[in-house]
Design a protein around this ligand. Sequence first.
Ligand code: UDP
Ligand code: MG
Length: 335
Amino acid sequence: MTREHTPKLILIIPCYNEAAVLPVTAPLFLGKLRQLTADGKIADTSRLLFVDDGSRDGTWDLIKGFAAEDPHVAGIRQSRNRGHQNAVLAGLMEAKDHCDITISLDCDGQDDVGAMDEMIDAWAGGAEIVYGVRNDRETDSFFKRFTAARFYKLMNRMGVESVYNHADYRLVSARVLQAFADFREVNIYLRGMFPLVGFPSTCVYYRRQERLAGRSHYPLSKMAGLAADGITSLSIRPIRIITALGFFVSLVSLIGILWILITHFTGHSVPGWASTTAIICFATGIQMLSLGIIGEYVGKIYLESKHRPRYIISERTGERGAEEAPAETADGKDE
Ligand code: UDP
Ligand code: MG
């Protein structure tokens, strides 16, 4: 399948306290948009959509400034910080009825805008989702590289289907977004959810750059949180592992009890303080771990059962006129 018409593209750019980098990258994104339009790859109604994720620095003022200067720029502001995934989601839902394709990317210049041409070509060739995949990790520290590799391995082992080395640089067609809007969960892990929506997809490879300015908002603790969210939102494999472990421990205990009975009746029983303590410790440990993991899922059910909207847009640059505002308007995550 090939497509002939020139698509309207909306670039979705989440920003959280990015006043240091936006003045550098916004002209970069705008320049890319102009080049794609000039090359006839996208319609000239295409635009940038900045999503301010409740920044506390001058980010929103900068976005308003860009929007005032250029009609190709729009911005929405979340009423508070809700995290990267929810910010991207807010942008996607805002864009879904007003374009043919969206591309989401970080605002710090790390995702190479040069890959967009190939992404759009892949869409023209029939793909509905195009995953941007980094082909090297040279620009990362050894620590980040090591933890990132573990991250993807863990996700796959735990039953979350995700594209290796793909973060959130991705082309998604409006058609996929319409289907995706029916995924109502509050705990979201976008890169694991899009493969579940289906539709033809492909990958485009790019080199991830260094952050142009400012600093990362994803320390190890947040990455671990993202992994935990991804696993417990999309997979029940950990619970299965607990069940398997439970069977195994029960079996070992049964053999242990037989052994204890035999030693008792043959009169060889000795005061076995060490073995008893060891067994108690082991069993308690396993139980605590299992309860903890089950608790994670129960917690997720609690959060999901509240059906709170996943984002609230508090401000917009310019009015959207007769267009309807998105239905969702409240917080998803709450303790
Ligand atoms: N971001 C966001 N909300 C947050 C944290 C980050 O919207 O709570 C945005 C951030 O502005 C950037 C993107 O998510 O555009 C990726 O964040 P960052 O560059 O800090 O992560 P890294 O690339 O270091 O993993
Ligand atoms: Mg970054």
